[in-house]
Design a protein around this ligand. Structure first.
Ligand SMILES: [Zn+2]
Length: 508
């Protein structure tokens, strides 16, 4: 390690570029062999493990050749040593994703986990742990923090060797998707910071393995099929925490949680730790470390309480959501969207459906009275997030496409059944679909009871059979809308909600 190794500019650049090409080519090779194993009849999990073993094996062999022939150095000159990781970095490998996950889970959201059979589960786990985690972590570190960093350091210096591959690393991740400018910049920043972190850790240990372990555990937690923390659930992921924040700073924009400010805060804590260990002036570095940790913690707390509004279209409503006495009269239909930033306080029912907490007591009372009349209802649909509404639309379009409709025809047909995002009353938490508990009652008796009694509990039938031309929605005997004290007046007027609101606003 003490010999001063030098090389020419072109050798350094060709070496760095070739190392990145090795990463790409050996990955494709290992994946193809893994697919071959699956094609031979072995399970996907076995194919995943085969790919995960071959990928670093091929990559390290190719890197060894490259280093020897072009740069005249060994793998251990490039800090690709025997496996060694200090307990401190092993702990950091787990702490860093733990901090990021804890921060993200503190923001608004809900769980939407995927039901999988044993085979899908094993596929998701083996891909996540062995391929996305261990293999990708090892190879990316061997390439970027091993060979690329060494090649640049041999021609230029350590600063160039840290900054350039980190920026490349960020750019490489940022280029693999069609991202908007903001997301691109956010990802470039996040990717570069991660690159700097892994570079410092590698220098501190004189080995790539601590960074490889941190990278592997991070990928398993944050970029795998085990846990997905994003604005939309993924069917291929076991656990999904669906973020309700509209701020791209929190959600990480189109790229996802790895580019979230919360993740960036977690990277930063460990950058400071690595810099502290590398530095001689430990006392001063310790103060900086504490300060930055405090700032990061304050940030997480701030983003938890303040929701920066994203770039959603402007929204209005017939009645302002903020005026308490009109709160239950918000009109939502195809012409009146859910007000921007509307966020009901929710209560979860025993079957997992959620409703606005303010309607819960009346809903509970209505259900109790219905049951004492020998009729057994269930809430089959309560509050729905915008993402769930978006997903419903996507699923419906898909279903029509599978029936042979063209994309455009499928979209048009789906709109007749599913409300556009922002135009469903279910997004308010004030609407419930009530059907029969099938084992004890039939739907018709539930609908009849509701029609005669629901107004006494503050609920109105929202889409009557004779008002389709006004509401724009076909008859839905199960869909009831909470309007509180106005329910009786609306019920007795014989008007639908739109007509009644129109008439009321004329009177005023
Ligand atoms: Zn409904």
């Amino acid at each position: 390690m003490n010999k001063t190794l030098k090389t020419t500019a072109w050798r350094a650049i060709v070496g760095a570029v070739s190392a990145i090409l090795i990463l790409l080519v050996t990955q494709i090779g290992a994946m193809l062999i893994g697919s071959g194993v699956i094609a031979l009849g072995l399970s996907k999990s076995v194919g995943n493990v085969v790919s995960a073993i071959l990928y670093p094996l091929f990559a390290l062999l190719a890197l060894k050749l490259l280093c020897g022939k072009l740069l005249g150095v060994t793998l251990s000159d490039c800090r690709i040593t025997r496996y060694k990781v200090k307990p401190l970095w092993a702990a950091a490998a787990f702490l860093m994703p733990a901090i990021a996950i804890a921060g993200l889970l503190m923001t608004e959201g809900h769980w939407d986990n995927t039901q999988m059979d044993g085979t899908q589960f094993a596929d998701s786990i083996t891909t996540s742990v062995f391929v996305t985690g261990l293999a990708v972590g090892a190879v990316e570190e061997a390439v970027f923090r091993g060979v690329v960093m060494k090649a640049l350091e041999m021609r230029w210096n350590k600063a160039v060797a840290v900054i350039v591959p980190s920026a490349l690393f960020g750019a490489a991740h940022a280029l693999n998707g069609k991202l908007s400018l903001v997301s691109f910049i956010q990802l470039l920043v996040a990717g570069s910071i991660v690159g700097i972190l892994f570079s410092l850790v590698t220098y501190e240990s004189e080995s790539i393995w601590p960074a490889a372990l941190m990278h592997a555990v991070w990928n398993m937690c944050m970029a795998s099929f085990i846990l997905n923390i994003y604005t939309e659930p993924m069917d291929s992921c076991i656990f999904n925490y669906v973020l309700e924040s509209k701020s791209t700073l929190i959600t990480g924009g189109e790229f996802g949680a790895e580019a979230s400010v919360i993740s960036i805060g977690a990277y930063f804590i460990f950058i400071v730790l690595a810099a502290f260990l590398l530095s001689k002036k430990r006392r001063r570095a310790g103060i900086v470390l504490l300060t930055i940790t405090a700032i990061a913690a304050a940030n997480v707390f701030y983003f938890r309480t303040v929701d920066i509004t994203g770039d959603l279209p402007d929204r209005g409503s017939a009645f302002a959501a903020e005026i308490p006495e009109y709160r239950f009269l918000i009109l939502v239909n195809d012409k009146n969207s859910v007000p921007e930033g509307y966020k009901p306080d929710l209560t979860e029912l025993s079957n997992g459906e959620r409703v606005d907490s303010a309607i819960y007591p009346d809903l509970q009372k209505m259900f109790d009275d219905m049951r004492s009349d020998g009729i057994y209802p269930v809430v089959s649909e309560g509050y729905r997030t915008q993402n769930e509404q978006r997903q419903m639309m996507a699923d419906k379009i898909n279903a029509f496409e599978n029936e042979g409709y063209s994309k455009m025809e499928a979209e048009r047909a789906a709109r007749e059944y599913v409300a556009e995002v922002g135009t469903s009353e279910h997004e308010l938490g004030l609407a419930v679909d009530i059907n029969a508990d099938k084992e004890k009652s039939d739907n018709q008796e539930v609908y009849d009871w509701l029609w005669e009694n629901a107004y006494q509990y503050g609920f109105i039938l929202r889409y009557p059979a004779d008002k389709c031309s006004v509401t724009g929605i076909s008859y839905e005997p199960w869909h009831y809308r909470y309007v509180g004290e106005y329910a009786e007046k609306i019920y007795e007027s014989g008007l639908c909600f739109e007509e009644w609101l129109d008439k009321e606003s004329e009177v005023k």
